[in-house]
Design a protein around this ligand. Structure first.
Ligand SMILES: NC(=O)C1=CN([C@@H]2O[C@H](COP(=O)(O)OP(=O)(O)OC[C@H]3O[C@@H](n4cnc5c(N)ncnc54)[C@H](O)[C@@H]3O)[C@@H](O)[C@H]2O)C=CC1
Ligand SMILES: O=C(O)CCC(=O)C(=O)O
Length: 409
Protein backbone atom coordinates (compact mmCIF):
# COMPACT_ATOMS: atom_id res chain seq x y z
CA UNK A 1 0.00 0.00 0.00
CA UNK A 2 1.46 3.39 -0.99
CA UNK A 3 1.97 5.92 1.78
CA UNK A 4 1.39 9.66 1.92
CA UNK A 5 4.49 11.75 1.17
CA UNK A 6 4.02 12.82 4.77
CA UNK A 7 1.49 11.92 7.45
CA UNK A 8 -0.93 14.77 8.12
CA UNK A 9 0.24 15.28 11.68
CA UNK A 10 3.79 15.81 10.39
CA UNK A 11 2.68 18.58 8.05
CA UNK A 12 3.55 21.83 9.82
CA UNK A 13 1.23 24.75 9.21
CA UNK A 14 2.46 28.17 10.31
CA UNK A 15 -0.37 30.68 10.78
CA UNK A 16 0.59 34.33 11.36
CA UNK A 17 -1.06 37.69 11.98
CA UNK A 18 -3.96 36.31 14.02
CA UNK A 19 -5.85 34.69 11.16
CA UNK A 20 -9.36 33.79 12.29
CA UNK A 21 -9.99 30.70 14.43
CA UNK A 22 -12.19 29.40 11.59
CA UNK A 23 -8.97 28.64 9.67
CA UNK A 24 -7.63 26.52 12.53
CA UNK A 25 -10.98 24.72 12.79
CA UNK A 26 -11.06 23.89 9.07
CA UNK A 27 -7.48 22.60 9.11
CA UNK A 28 -7.99 20.54 12.26
CA UNK A 29 -11.20 19.04 10.89
CA UNK A 30 -9.21 18.04 7.80
CA UNK A 31 -6.69 16.26 10.06
CA UNK A 32 -3.92 18.89 10.17
CA UNK A 33 -3.06 19.28 13.84
CA UNK A 34 0.57 20.46 13.68
CA UNK A 35 -0.32 24.17 13.65
CA UNK A 36 1.99 26.92 14.91
CA UNK A 37 -0.21 29.95 15.53
CA UNK A 38 0.96 33.53 16.08
CA UNK A 39 -1.27 36.54 16.75
CA UNK A 40 1.22 38.95 15.18
CA UNK A 41 3.48 39.20 12.17
CA UNK A 42 6.97 37.86 12.97
CA UNK A 43 10.14 39.88 12.54
CA UNK A 44 12.51 38.64 9.84
CA UNK A 45 14.69 36.53 12.12
CA UNK A 46 11.77 34.85 13.90
CA UNK A 47 10.01 34.33 10.57
CA UNK A 48 13.03 32.57 9.09
CA UNK A 49 13.25 30.36 12.18
CA UNK A 50 9.59 29.38 12.03
CA UNK A 51 9.18 29.04 8.28
CA UNK A 52 12.21 26.83 7.64
CA UNK A 53 10.42 23.61 8.59
CA UNK A 54 6.88 24.74 7.66
CA UNK A 55 4.98 23.01 4.85
CA UNK A 56 2.28 25.67 4.67
CA UNK A 57 2.26 29.29 5.79
CA UNK A 58 -0.80 31.49 6.27
CA UNK A 59 -0.35 35.28 6.37
CA UNK A 60 -2.30 38.53 6.02
CA UNK A 61 -0.97 41.77 4.56
CA UNK A 62 1.89 42.49 6.99
CA UNK A 63 4.19 39.53 6.39
CA UNK A 64 6.55 40.02 3.47
CA UNK A 65 7.37 36.69 1.85
CA UNK A 66 10.36 37.97 -0.10
CA UNK A 67 12.68 35.88 -2.26
CA UNK A 68 15.08 35.65 0.68
CA UNK A 69 12.43 34.37 3.10
CA UNK A 70 11.04 31.91 0.55
CA UNK A 71 14.51 30.52 -0.09
CA UNK A 72 14.81 29.72 3.61
CA UNK A 73 11.51 27.85 3.48
CA UNK A 74 12.97 24.63 2.12
CA UNK A 75 9.91 22.50 2.92
CA UNK A 76 7.25 24.97 1.87
CA UNK A 77 4.45 23.40 -0.17
CA UNK A 78 1.84 26.18 -0.27
CA UNK A 79 1.07 29.73 0.89
CA UNK A 80 -2.30 31.09 1.98
CA UNK A 81 -2.89 34.86 1.97
CA UNK A 82 -5.84 35.33 4.31
CA UNK A 83 -6.80 38.52 2.43
CA UNK A 84 -7.29 39.79 -1.13
CA UNK A 85 -3.93 41.42 -1.86
CA UNK A 86 -0.99 39.14 -2.68
CA UNK A 87 1.59 41.88 -3.31
CA UNK A 88 3.33 40.96 -0.03
CA UNK A 89 4.48 37.67 -1.60
CA UNK A 90 7.17 37.33 -4.27
CA UNK A 91 4.80 35.38 -6.50
CA UNK A 92 7.31 34.59 -9.23
CA UNK A 93 9.87 33.16 -6.82
CA UNK A 94 7.14 31.09 -5.16
CA UNK A 95 6.06 29.78 -8.55
CA UNK A 96 9.61 28.86 -9.57
CA UNK A 97 10.01 27.02 -6.27
CA UNK A 98 6.82 25.08 -7.04
CA UNK A 99 4.80 26.78 -4.30
CA UNK A 100 1.23 27.80 -5.14
CA UNK A 101 -0.18 30.91 -3.45
CA UNK A 102 -3.88 31.10 -2.59
CA UNK A 103 -5.96 34.07 -1.40
CA UNK A 104 -9.58 34.98 -0.67
CA UNK A 105 -10.53 37.10 -3.67
CA UNK A 106 -13.89 38.36 -2.38
CA UNK A 107 -14.54 37.38 1.23
CA UNK A 108 -13.85 40.91 2.52
CA UNK A 109 -15.12 42.86 -0.50
CA UNK A 110 -18.35 43.93 1.13
CA UNK A 111 -16.57 45.04 4.32
CA UNK A 112 -14.29 47.40 2.38
CA UNK A 113 -17.17 48.77 0.31
CA UNK A 114 -19.25 49.46 3.44
CA UNK A 115 -16.39 51.28 5.18
CA UNK A 116 -15.77 53.43 2.12
CA UNK A 117 -19.47 54.24 1.81
CA UNK A 118 -19.50 55.43 5.43
CA UNK A 119 -16.37 57.50 4.81
CA UNK A 120 -17.92 59.16 1.78
CA UNK A 121 -20.74 60.50 3.96
CA UNK A 122 -18.38 61.49 6.79
CA UNK A 123 -16.06 63.38 4.46
CA UNK A 124 -18.85 65.14 2.56
CA UNK A 125 -20.25 66.39 5.87
CA UNK A 126 -16.86 67.53 7.13
CA UNK A 127 -17.20 65.23 10.13
CA UNK A 128 -13.47 64.47 10.65
CA UNK A 129 -12.67 68.12 11.43
CA UNK A 130 -15.87 68.65 13.47
CA UNK A 131 -15.03 65.55 15.50
CA UNK A 132 -11.42 66.66 16.02
CA UNK A 133 -12.47 70.14 17.16
CA UNK A 134 -15.08 68.73 19.58
CA UNK A 135 -12.40 66.45 21.12
CA UNK A 136 -10.41 69.61 21.86
CA UNK A 137 -13.44 71.27 23.50
CA UNK A 138 -14.52 73.30 20.45
CA UNK A 139 -17.91 73.47 18.74
CA UNK A 140 -18.00 73.63 14.93
CA UNK A 141 -21.76 73.81 14.33
CA UNK A 142 -22.03 75.10 10.79
CA UNK A 143 -23.33 73.98 7.40
CA UNK A 144 -20.24 75.35 5.72
CA UNK A 145 -18.42 72.68 3.69
CA UNK A 146 -21.13 70.13 4.51
CA UNK A 147 -23.00 68.42 1.69
CA UNK A 148 -25.46 65.61 1.00
CA UNK A 149 -24.02 62.84 -1.12
CA UNK A 150 -27.21 62.60 -3.20
CA UNK A 151 -26.47 63.81 -6.72
CA UNK A 152 -22.69 63.93 -6.18
CA UNK A 153 -20.27 62.14 -8.46
CA UNK A 154 -18.24 59.24 -7.13
CA UNK A 155 -15.16 58.41 -9.20
CA UNK A 156 -13.99 54.83 -8.69
CA UNK A 157 -10.45 54.01 -9.78
CA UNK A 158 -10.21 50.23 -10.29
CA UNK A 159 -13.65 48.81 -11.06
CA UNK A 160 -13.11 45.26 -9.79
CA UNK A 161 -14.85 43.40 -6.99
CA UNK A 162 -14.70 46.25 -4.46
CA UNK A 163 -15.14 49.09 -6.95
CA UNK A 164 -18.28 47.56 -8.47
CA UNK A 165 -19.78 46.73 -5.07
CA UNK A 166 -19.12 50.29 -3.89
CA UNK A 167 -20.66 51.70 -7.07
CA UNK A 168 -23.89 49.78 -6.49
CA UNK A 169 -24.12 50.88 -2.85
CA UNK A 170 -23.39 54.51 -3.79
CA UNK A 171 -26.15 54.52 -6.39
CA UNK A 172 -28.67 53.52 -3.74
CA UNK A 173 -27.82 56.84 -2.05
CA UNK A 174 -28.54 58.71 -5.29
CA UNK A 175 -24.92 59.20 -6.31
CA UNK A 176 -23.69 59.27 -9.89
CA UNK A 177 -20.91 56.72 -10.41
CA UNK A 178 -18.10 56.98 -12.93
CA UNK A 179 -15.09 54.69 -13.06
CA UNK A 180 -11.67 54.34 -14.61
CA UNK A 181 -10.11 50.92 -15.18
CA UNK A 182 -7.32 49.68 -17.44
CA UNK A 183 -9.73 47.05 -18.74
CA UNK A 184 -13.09 47.55 -20.38
CA UNK A 185 -15.62 46.61 -17.71
CA UNK A 186 -19.33 45.97 -17.69
CA UNK A 187 -20.80 49.02 -15.93
CA UNK A 188 -23.23 47.91 -13.20
CA UNK A 189 -26.38 49.93 -12.51
CA UNK A 190 -26.03 53.35 -14.16
CA UNK A 191 -22.26 53.60 -13.76
CA UNK A 192 -20.24 54.99 -16.66
CA UNK A 193 -16.69 54.14 -17.65
CA UNK A 194 -14.43 57.07 -18.47
CA UNK A 195 -11.36 56.53 -20.56
CA UNK A 196 -8.69 58.48 -18.76
CA UNK A 197 -7.65 59.00 -15.18
CA UNK A 198 -7.56 62.77 -15.76
CA UNK A 199 -11.17 62.75 -16.95
CA UNK A 200 -12.28 60.90 -13.84
CA UNK A 201 -10.35 63.23 -11.56
CA UNK A 202 -11.80 66.32 -13.18
CA UNK A 203 -15.41 65.07 -12.88
CA UNK A 204 -15.56 63.43 -9.44
CA UNK A 205 -16.55 65.03 -6.13
CA UNK A 206 -15.26 61.93 -4.35
CA UNK A 207 -12.40 59.81 -5.67
CA UNK A 208 -11.97 56.29 -4.28
CA UNK A 209 -9.05 54.01 -5.10
CA UNK A 210 -9.57 50.26 -5.56
CA UNK A 211 -6.58 49.12 -7.62
CA UNK A 212 -4.04 46.45 -6.66
CA UNK A 213 -0.41 47.29 -5.89
CA UNK A 214 1.47 46.91 -9.17
CA UNK A 215 4.38 48.79 -10.78
CA UNK A 216 1.76 50.77 -12.75
CA UNK A 217 -0.22 51.85 -9.68
CA UNK A 218 2.84 53.05 -7.75
CA UNK A 219 2.20 56.74 -6.87
CA UNK A 220 -0.70 56.70 -9.31
CA UNK A 221 -2.01 59.82 -7.57
CA UNK A 222 0.68 62.44 -7.09
CA UNK A 223 1.03 66.22 -7.45
CA UNK A 224 -0.16 66.40 -11.10
CA UNK A 225 -3.17 64.16 -10.45
CA UNK A 226 -4.21 66.07 -7.30
CA UNK A 227 -4.08 69.26 -9.36
CA UNK A 228 -6.57 67.62 -11.80
CA UNK A 229 -9.04 66.95 -8.97
CA UNK A 230 -11.90 69.36 -8.40
CA UNK A 231 -11.50 72.13 -5.83
CA UNK A 232 -13.05 70.82 -2.61
CA UNK A 233 -13.08 67.17 -3.70
CA UNK A 234 -12.20 64.37 -1.27
CA UNK A 235 -10.03 61.28 -1.62
CA UNK A 236 -10.42 57.79 -0.17
CA UNK A 237 -7.68 55.19 -0.32
CA UNK A 238 -8.44 51.72 1.00
CA UNK A 239 -6.36 49.93 -1.64
CA UNK A 240 -2.60 49.99 -1.01
CA UNK A 241 -0.42 52.68 0.54
CA UNK A 242 2.00 52.82 -2.38
CA UNK A 243 -0.73 54.01 -4.75
CA UNK A 244 -0.78 57.54 -3.31
CA UNK A 245 2.13 59.96 -2.96
CA UNK A 246 1.45 60.86 0.68
CA UNK A 247 3.54 64.06 0.71
CA UNK A 248 1.74 65.37 -2.37
CA UNK A 249 -1.58 64.48 -0.71
CA UNK A 250 -0.58 66.37 2.40
CA UNK A 251 0.20 69.46 0.29
CA UNK A 252 -3.15 69.21 -1.53
CA UNK A 253 -4.97 68.97 1.80
CA UNK A 254 -3.04 71.76 3.50
CA UNK A 255 -3.51 74.12 0.57
CA UNK A 256 -7.26 73.54 0.84
CA UNK A 257 -7.47 72.21 -2.74
CA UNK A 258 -8.80 68.94 -1.34
CA UNK A 259 -11.42 69.20 1.41
CA UNK A 260 -10.56 65.93 3.10
CA UNK A 261 -9.35 62.37 2.84
CA UNK A 262 -9.89 58.96 4.40
CA UNK A 263 -6.80 56.79 4.30
CA UNK A 264 -6.75 53.15 5.45
CA UNK A 265 -3.46 52.00 3.91
CA UNK A 266 0.02 53.49 4.07
CA UNK A 267 3.37 53.06 2.30
CA UNK A 268 4.82 51.90 5.61
CA UNK A 269 2.53 50.35 8.21
CA UNK A 270 3.36 49.34 11.78
CA UNK A 271 4.21 45.64 12.11
CA UNK A 272 2.06 45.29 15.22
CA UNK A 273 -0.45 47.25 17.28
CA UNK A 274 2.27 48.14 19.77
CA UNK A 275 4.48 49.85 17.17
CA UNK A 276 4.12 53.56 16.51
CA UNK A 277 2.21 54.70 13.44
CA UNK A 278 4.27 57.33 11.66
CA UNK A 279 2.75 59.35 8.83
CA UNK A 280 2.91 62.92 7.46
CA UNK A 281 -0.90 62.90 7.63
CA UNK A 282 -1.01 62.68 11.42
CA UNK A 283 -2.49 65.80 12.96
CA UNK A 284 -4.53 66.91 9.92
CA UNK A 285 -8.07 67.43 11.21
CA UNK A 286 -9.71 66.84 7.85
CA UNK A 287 -8.22 63.37 7.42
CA UNK A 288 -9.72 60.14 8.68
CA UNK A 289 -6.88 57.74 9.45
CA UNK A 290 -7.72 54.08 9.93
CA UNK A 291 -5.21 51.26 10.64
CA UNK A 292 -5.73 49.09 7.53
CA UNK A 293 -9.08 47.78 8.71
CA UNK A 294 -11.04 47.88 5.44
CA UNK A 295 -11.45 44.12 5.52
CA UNK A 296 -11.35 43.72 9.29
CA UNK A 297 -14.86 42.68 10.22
CA UNK A 298 -15.94 39.57 12.08
CA UNK A 299 -17.85 38.35 9.04
CA UNK A 300 -15.01 38.86 6.58
CA UNK A 301 -12.32 37.34 8.78
CA UNK A 302 -14.38 34.24 9.51
CA UNK A 303 -15.21 33.72 5.85
CA UNK A 304 -11.61 34.29 4.79
CA UNK A 305 -10.42 31.76 7.37
CA UNK A 306 -12.74 29.10 6.03
CA UNK A 307 -12.01 29.88 2.37
CA UNK A 308 -8.22 30.01 2.45
CA UNK A 309 -7.73 27.18 4.94
CA UNK A 310 -10.07 25.09 2.75
CA UNK A 311 -7.91 25.82 -0.30
CA UNK A 312 -4.72 24.84 1.55
CA UNK A 313 -6.26 21.61 2.84
CA UNK A 314 -7.56 20.76 -0.62
CA UNK A 315 -4.18 21.33 -2.22
CA UNK A 316 -2.53 19.20 0.44
CA UNK A 317 -5.15 16.46 0.18
CA UNK A 318 -5.67 16.17 -3.56
CA UNK A 319 -3.39 18.62 -5.37
CA UNK A 320 -6.12 21.02 -6.50
CA UNK A 321 -4.64 24.41 -7.40
CA UNK A 322 -7.91 25.96 -8.53
CA UNK A 323 -7.83 29.72 -7.90
CA UNK A 324 -4.11 29.81 -7.03
CA UNK A 325 -2.82 33.24 -8.11
CA UNK A 326 0.63 32.17 -9.40
CA UNK A 327 0.21 28.58 -10.52
CA UNK A 328 -1.28 26.44 -13.28
CA UNK A 329 -4.85 25.62 -12.21
CA UNK A 330 -5.41 21.87 -12.05
CA UNK A 331 -8.09 19.76 -10.46
CA UNK A 332 -8.88 16.08 -11.00
CA UNK A 333 -11.84 14.12 -9.69
CA UNK A 334 -10.77 11.65 -7.00
CA UNK A 335 -10.88 7.94 -7.76
CA UNK A 336 -11.24 5.41 -4.97
CA UNK A 337 -8.90 2.67 -6.21
CA UNK A 338 -5.87 4.64 -7.44
CA UNK A 339 -2.98 6.65 -5.98
CA UNK A 340 -2.33 10.27 -6.81
CA UNK A 341 1.03 11.86 -7.61
CA UNK A 342 1.94 15.48 -8.23
CA UNK A 343 4.85 16.63 -10.34
CA UNK A 344 5.98 20.24 -10.62
CA UNK A 345 8.70 20.95 -13.15
CA UNK A 346 10.45 23.71 -15.06
CA UNK A 347 8.45 24.34 -18.22
CA UNK A 348 10.72 22.79 -20.83
CA UNK A 349 9.61 20.90 -23.94
CA UNK A 350 9.19 17.16 -23.62
CA UNK A 351 8.83 16.64 -19.86
CA UNK A 352 5.45 14.92 -20.11
CA UNK A 353 6.87 12.58 -22.74
CA UNK A 354 9.76 11.73 -20.40
CA UNK A 355 7.33 10.98 -17.56
CA UNK A 356 5.21 8.77 -19.78
CA UNK A 357 8.30 6.97 -21.18
CA UNK A 358 9.66 6.34 -17.67
CA UNK A 359 6.30 4.96 -16.57
CA UNK A 360 5.98 2.80 -19.71
CA UNK A 361 9.45 1.30 -19.12
CA UNK A 362 8.35 0.21 -15.63
CA UNK A 363 4.96 -1.01 -16.85
CA UNK A 364 3.09 1.62 -14.86
CA UNK A 365 -0.42 2.19 -16.10
CA UNK A 366 -1.61 5.82 -15.94
CA UNK A 367 -5.27 5.91 -14.90
CA UNK A 368 -5.62 9.71 -15.21
CA UNK A 369 -3.29 12.54 -16.04
CA UNK A 370 -3.69 16.29 -16.31
CA UNK A 371 -1.05 18.87 -17.21
CA UNK A 372 -1.24 22.65 -17.06
CA UNK A 373 1.60 25.07 -17.59
CA UNK A 374 2.57 28.69 -17.14
CA UNK A 375 5.58 30.18 -18.93
CA UNK A 376 7.72 29.18 -15.93
CA UNK A 377 6.46 25.82 -14.69
CA UNK A 378 4.40 22.76 -15.54
CA UNK A 379 2.13 20.99 -13.07
CA UNK A 380 0.99 17.42 -13.65
CA UNK A 381 -1.49 15.58 -11.48
CA UNK A 382 -1.74 11.88 -12.24
CA UNK A 383 -3.22 8.69 -10.93
CA UNK A 384 -1.73 5.23 -11.07
CA UNK A 385 -2.72 1.88 -9.62
CA UNK A 386 -1.88 1.87 -5.93
CA UNK A 387 0.54 -1.07 -6.04
CA UNK A 388 2.62 0.87 -8.60
CA UNK A 389 2.61 4.21 -6.76
CA UNK A 390 5.96 3.88 -4.99
CA UNK A 391 7.73 2.93 -8.24
CA UNK A 392 6.01 5.81 -10.04
CA UNK A 393 7.12 8.21 -7.31
CA UNK A 394 10.75 7.04 -7.64
CA UNK A 395 10.58 7.54 -11.42
CA UNK A 396 9.18 11.04 -11.07
CA UNK A 397 11.98 12.11 -8.75
CA UNK A 398 14.51 11.20 -11.45
CA UNK A 399 12.93 13.25 -14.25
CA UNK A 400 15.27 16.06 -15.30
CA UNK A 401 13.73 19.48 -14.64
CA UNK A 402 11.77 18.32 -11.58
CA UNK A 403 11.13 21.09 -9.03
CA UNK A 404 9.23 18.89 -6.63
CA UNK A 405 7.06 15.81 -6.64
CA UNK A 406 4.66 14.39 -4.05
CA UNK A 407 2.81 11.15 -3.57
CA UNK A 408 -0.46 12.18 -1.96
CA UNK A 409 -2.18 8.84 -1.36
N1 LIG B 1 -8.01 48.10 3.01
C1 LIG B 1 -8.17 46.81 3.08
O1 LIG B 1 -8.26 46.23 4.16
C2 LIG B 1 -8.29 46.03 1.83
C3 LIG B 1 -7.63 46.43 0.69
N2 LIG B 1 -7.76 45.70 -0.47
C4 LIG B 1 -7.05 46.18 -1.66
O2 LIG B 1 -8.02 46.49 -2.66
C5 LIG B 1 -7.51 46.08 -3.92
C6 LIG B 1 -8.65 45.88 -4.88
O3 LIG B 1 -9.42 44.76 -4.49
P1 LIG B 1 -10.48 44.08 -5.49
O4 LIG B 1 -11.49 45.05 -5.92
O5 LIG B 1 -10.93 42.84 -4.85
O6 LIG B 1 -9.52 43.72 -6.70
P2 LIG B 1 -9.93 43.34 -8.19
O7 LIG B 1 -8.76 42.62 -8.76
O8 LIG B 1 -11.27 42.70 -8.21
O9 LIG B 1 -10.06 44.76 -8.90
C7 LIG B 1 -8.97 45.59 -9.18
C8 LIG B 1 -9.33 46.40 -10.41
O10 LIG B 1 -8.29 47.35 -10.63
C9 LIG B 1 -8.05 47.41 -12.03
N3 LIG B 1 -6.71 47.96 -12.26
C10 LIG B 1 -5.52 47.32 -12.11
N4 LIG B 1 -4.52 48.17 -12.42
C11 LIG B 1 -5.09 49.35 -12.74
C12 LIG B 1 -4.58 50.62 -13.14
N5 LIG B 1 -3.26 50.83 -13.28
N6 LIG B 1 -5.47 51.61 -13.42
C13 LIG B 1 -6.81 51.39 -13.30
N7 LIG B 1 -7.36 50.22 -12.93
C14 LIG B 1 -6.50 49.21 -12.64
C15 LIG B 1 -8.22 45.98 -12.50
O11 LIG B 1 -8.44 45.90 -13.89
C16 LIG B 1 -9.43 45.56 -11.67
O12 LIG B 1 -10.64 45.82 -12.34
C17 LIG B 1 -6.73 44.81 -3.57
O13 LIG B 1 -5.75 44.53 -4.54
C18 LIG B 1 -6.12 45.12 -2.24
O14 LIG B 1 -4.83 45.68 -2.44
C19 LIG B 1 -8.55 44.60 -0.52
C20 LIG B 1 -9.23 44.17 0.58
C21 LIG B 1 -9.10 44.81 1.86
O1 LIG C 1 -6.98 42.39 6.75
C1 LIG C 1 -5.86 42.20 6.29
O2 LIG C 1 -4.97 41.64 6.87
C2 LIG C 1 -5.51 42.71 4.90
C3 LIG C 1 -6.69 43.15 4.11
C4 LIG C 1 -6.24 43.52 2.77
O3 LIG C 1 -5.61 44.53 2.59
C5 LIG C 1 -6.52 42.63 1.65
O4 LIG C 1 -7.41 41.76 1.77
O5 LIG C 1 -5.86 42.78 0.61
Amino acid sequence: MAKHSLDKDKIKILLLEGVHQSAVDVLERAGYTNIEYHKVALGEEALVASIQDAHFVGIRSRTQLSENILKHAKKLVGVGCFCIGTNQVDLLTAEKLGVPVFNAPFSNTRSVAELVLGEIIMLMRGIPQRNAVAHRGGWLKSASGSYEVRGKTLGVIGYGHIGTQLGILAETLGMKVIFFDIQDKLPLGNAQQVHSLEQLLSLADIVSLHVPETPQTQNMLSKTEFACMREGAVLINASRGTVVDIDALKDALQSGHLAGAAIDVFPVEPKSNSDEFISPLRGLDNVLLTPHVGGSTAEAQENIGVEVAGKLAKYSDNGSTVSAVNFPEVTLPQHSDTSRLLHIHHNRPGILIKINQAFAEKGINIAAQYLQTTSEIGYVVMEVETHQADTAFEQLKKIEGTIRTRLLY
